[in-house]
Design a protein around this ligand. Structure first.
Ligand code: XUL
Ligand code: CO
Length: 436
């Protein structure tokens, strides 16, 4: 039986470009085949629990703006929230969702009560997943909202907080595995510092390394087949977050022997906060062999905050998917909308329209990216640019078969005198603009 939250709205249809129906897709047709694969299977959309069903609409200057019938404590409210969430997933026709423990279960007074609540609500999810066919893209633990985590979770100066966090992650990995989750995410919201005056960086790095090693050991122990993903972010809430960006995370993984065990979940707004573009983060992860999944959103480029808005810029999204497609597309990952309404968007239908717009932008971006791939001009240009490295002499240099003095001898003997070649950036940007 329906909760009635979305009143008489029925499943969002695909009506094609030009449709003026605000409750229809113009570009996202799950069954359209793009580069030999259904669009649904390329994009692997997920809706997040937290922004849609938990966030009350507060900002640093004001409190709750949303009124939702499930905004109260207790298991009955948590179940009503789940009912509405699964109704929304169904209306949108997304295959996946994501959640933190804290989003789904009532907060208890102890670890034991939290665990019982998590088990009860995730059993309730399991029943709904069975009926609806919904799947879990990833689960995660919220180790940042409760005051016990104010000085960090794994990187807390208090070993009891480290232990509480480890215990909580264990229960969240169990819940994720039980629900057939395809990934497990760790976003270190409080793993960083507010002031170096009270922080031992080397100690905190060692703690975080040990923590993540235990997560990976537990994954193998329970036979969890999903990927373990770190979500980089440079700051907010902390002044400095250790998982600053992809390159920093890779250095951390290498240092702790985890570069073949852990990948990244990249968020558009976090890339911008780190002073990068989204495609920079994706291309870096691909180059380092640790690309996993994405959180799709955008920031307000004027305020500079992590505003978690729904995407609405096709050229930006197209370049992101271009790099993902070049890497062969998602494997366990997908496109999670880690995005929230503006606090004045009060109506239930606003939740739907926000996702419809985001899904349409992603569909347009994917189609543009696929067209760029099929055209091949960009890829061909890059291939040609590095073609010189196919020569025997160049390969010998790369294979470590030449020393500096041997190379110097050859450069002298052959009078090697390179001719600069145009990088053709403007031409390449014009090529992209043919498709977006
Ligand atoms: C915070 C953020 C988180 C993670 C999951 O900026 O993106 O919601 O995605 O903890
Ligand atoms: Co995120």
């Amino acid at each position: 039986m329906s909760t009635g939250f979305f009143r008489d709205i029925t499943e969002i249809p695909f009506e094609g470009p030009g449709s003026a129906n605000p409750l229809a897709f113009q570009h996202y047709d799950p069954n359209e085949v793009v580069m030999g694969k259904r669009m649904e299977d390329h994009l692997r959309f997920a809706v997040c629990y937290w922004h849609n069903f938990v966030w009350p609409g507060n900002d640093p200057f004001g409190g709750q703006t949303f009124e939702r019938p499930w905004f109260s404590d207790g298991m009955a409210a948590a179940k009503l929230k789940a009912d509405v969430a699964f109704e929304m997933f169904q209306l949108l026709g997304v295959p996946y969702f994501c959640f933190h423990d804290f989003d789904a279960r009532p907060e208890g007074d102890s670890f034991a009560e939290n665990t019982r609540n998590l088990e009860e609500i995730t059993d309730y999810f399991a029943g709904k997943m069975e009926v609806t066919g919904m799947k879990l893209l990833w689960g995660t633990a919220n180790l940042f909202s409760h005051r016990r985590f104010m000085s960090g979770a794994a990187t807390n100066p208090d070993p009891d907080v480290f232990a509480f966090s480890a215990a909580t992650v264990k229960t969240c990995m169990d819940a994720t595995a039980k629900l057939g989750g395809e990934n497990y995410v760790l976003w270190g919201g409080r793993e960083g510092y507010e002031s170096l005056l009270n922080t031992n960086l080397a100690q905190e790095d060692a703690q975080l390394g040990r923590f993540l090693n235990m997560v990976v050991e537990y994954k193998h122990k329970i036979g969890f087949e999903g990927a373990i993903l770190i979500e980089p972010k440079p700051q907010e809430p902390t002044k400095h977050q250790y998982d600053y960006d992809t390159a920093t995370v890779y250095g951390f993984l290498k240092r702790h022997g985890l570069e073949n065990e852990v990948k990244v979940n990249l968020e558009q707004g976090h890339a911008i906060l780190a002073g990068h573009s989204f495609e920079h983060e994706i291309a870096t992860a691909v180059a380092l062999g640790i690309f996993g999944s994405i959180d799709m959103n955008r920031n307000d480029y004027q305020s500079g905050w992590d505003t978690d808005q729904f995407p609405n810029n096709t050229p930006e999204v197209a370049l992101a998917y271009y790099h993902i497609l070049q890497n062969g597309g998602f494997t366990t990952g997908g496109t999670n909308f880690d995005a929230k309404l503006r606090r004045q968007s009060l109506d239930p239908e606003d939740l739907l329209m926000a996702h419809i717009g985001g899904m349409d932008i992603c569909a347009r971006g994917l189609k543009a990216a696929a067209a760029m791939m099929e055209d091949g001009t960009l890829h061909g240009f890059v291939e040609d640019r590095y073609a010189g490295w196919k020569s025997d002499e160049a390969q010998a240099m790369m294979a470590g078969n030449r020393t500096l003095d041997q190379i110097a001898g050859r450069v002298l003997a052959e009078d090697v005198n390179p001719t600069p070649k145009s990088g053709k950036q403007e031409y390449l940007e014009n090529v992209v603009n043919r498709f977006v």
